[in-house]
Design a protein around this ligand. Sequence first.
Ligand code: CO
Length: 168
Amino acid sequence: MAIRRILTADEPILRERAKRVSSFDASLHRLLDDMLETMRDAPGVGLAANQIGVPLQVAVIEVDDRVTELVNPQVVKGSGEQLDWEGCLSIPGYVAEVTRHVKVTVKARDRHGREFRVKGAELFSRALQHEIDHLNGTLYIDSLDSLEELVRVSEAQEEVTEEAAAGI
Ligand code: CO
């Protein structure tokens, strides 16, 4: 496994829709292993492949000690809305309040190509939506009215949870 460099928001690859994965081979497994190690090293709770320069529909999330690997993920259902703090490993040092669905159902494939569905609530739901946005070339700052809504983590510590500050 290897720790890869995480790209920041100014990199064009973060603005492109990632390609669907069609071969579930050793190189995909290596990518997923590297992504988990890179995300833990950051540290963060989610990482999309284009954040390390690989334009494929692949993401990893780790919330409450549970690792979820997502290949070709799609939101199939979302309900409720919740405004909460959110950060991103590609926008280090900042957070903003972002509205997301409270609950989502996501359809994806695992590293062996098997289709599965996963339901998420709260932070896990937020991470699922955030990573799928990444794979579509969207960053959370796109939903803000102004970049002035970004708050430095160091200036917002009292109201921002450690997980939100870590970035997804
Ligand atoms: Co992110």
